[in-house]
Design a protein around this ligand. Structure first.
Ligand code: AQP
Length: 334
């Protein structure tokens, strides 16, 4: 019998603020491919979010296309999901303004990511950085997404999205779905290789702190060899061993082995052997992604046709909801 139950809608985005890291892959993109069968998925390259931090325009354009190719190389199927570029879909900006007028200054002032990012980019504390969570709310509510995969750092923003949606519904009448966070079954936070107390971030200036998903095998192995660990020599997951814990997590994710199995496998072996094994496993795991990415970048027309289709579908879905929101708020219908 055909399953007529409506699939839940998932929306997720990634900023083209640099080449994707192993952290982006494990924490986000790797799961995107898996979700496609069970959910109605919308995946967006969030270029509008990326410019809350200063970007070089030519680089941003290149990174955006590469980001799109990278998510496809990691298994996002543009035929099966709506994969689009945020700035190509004007409804996000349209809804953003309406929601901004229904969000309090005090609410935005409490966002810890704003505090962190404004401290990090003290020379450019722009209004976009401050209102970023409103645009994120617009991204989600424009599609009435049921679920949003979020890391711990985005939980506060999702709460705010729910508050804004609820306020709008109360003020103007029911329209928006209150989205829930989605914790992927196989999500892990990957830490920097040079400072394992910090998360691995694509905008980190230290190239050795990150493994990029498009790094070649030798580079990956070299980076893991240099990974900061501790003075112990036993491959065991334990408090205070941030570096080794991170490497165990990585090895476990790419091989599918449990932490206990990894510990058993390296019982009696030193960090040197373990680091080499992690490097090799990661490089082997990412090799097909790199190959597919290179093929896709040779066929830009195909990529353009994919994102154009995604942009159009995203616009169609979100236009219906945003038009209703405009009407409810009192704007005269076009
Ligand atoms: N180290 C990480 N471990 C696990 N998941 C991670 N993500 C990012 N870093 C890790 C997940 O990747 C997705 C995309 O994030 P984003 O591009 O929107 O912004 P971000 O979280 O700020 O990612 P970066 O790499 O740290 O970018 P920059 O340096 O530009 O700020 C999210 O789902 C995130 O959880």
């Amino acid at each position: 019998m055909e399953n007529t139950e409506k699939k839940k809608v998932i929306l997720s985005g990634i900023q083209p603020s640099g080449a994707f890291t192993l952290g982006n892959y494990v924490g986000a993109i790797k799961n995107w491919a898996k979700l496609q069968d069970d959910y109605s998925c919308l995946y967006m390259i969030a270029d509008m979010h990326a410019i809350t931090v200063r970007q070089d325009p030519a680089k941003l354009r290149r990174n955006t296309l590469e980001a799109y190719a990278a998510i496809v190389a990691c298994g996002v199927d543009p035929e099966n999901s709506v994969a689009f570029i945020q700035s190509h879909v004007p409804t996000h900006g349209m809804l953003n303004w309406l929601l901004a007028c229904n969000t309090q200054f005090g609410e935005l002032s409490r966002m810890t990511q704003f505090k962190d990012k404004s401290a990090k980019h003290a020379d450019d504390v722009n209004a976009g950085l401050f209102t970023y969570p409103v645009l994120m709310a617009a991204d989600i509510l424009a599609y009435n997404a049921d679920l949003v995969p979020v890391g711990v750092d985005q939980k506060q923003h999702l709460e705010l999205t729910r508050d804004i949606a609820q306020r709008f519904n109360q003020r103007y009448g029911e329209l928006f779905t209150l989205p829930d966070g989605y914790i992927p079954p196989q999500g892990a936070k990957i830490m920097s290789l040079s400072d394992p107390t910090k998360k691995m971030s694509k905008s980190d200036e230290n190239q050795n702190s990150c493994v990029y998903i498009l790094d070649d095998k030798d580079t990956i192995i070299r980076k893991f060899k240099r990974a900061v660990t501790d003075s112990d020599s036993c491959v065991k997951y334990a408090e205070g061993k941030d570096g080794i814990n991170n490497l165990i997590t990585i090895y476990s994710v790419v091989t599918g082995k449990s932490v206990e199995d990894v510990e058993r496998e390296f019982d009696g072996k030193g960090y040197g052997d373990f680091k080499l094994a992690v490097g090799e496993a990661v490089a082997d795991h990412l090799a097909p992604v790199r190959e597919k990415f290179n093929d896709l970048m040779k066929n830009k027309d195909y990529l353009v046709s994919c994102y154009k289709r995604g942009d159009e579908t995203a616009f169609k879905i979100s236009s219906r909801i945003v038009s209703k929101a405009y009407h409810k708020a009192g704007f005269v219908d076009r």
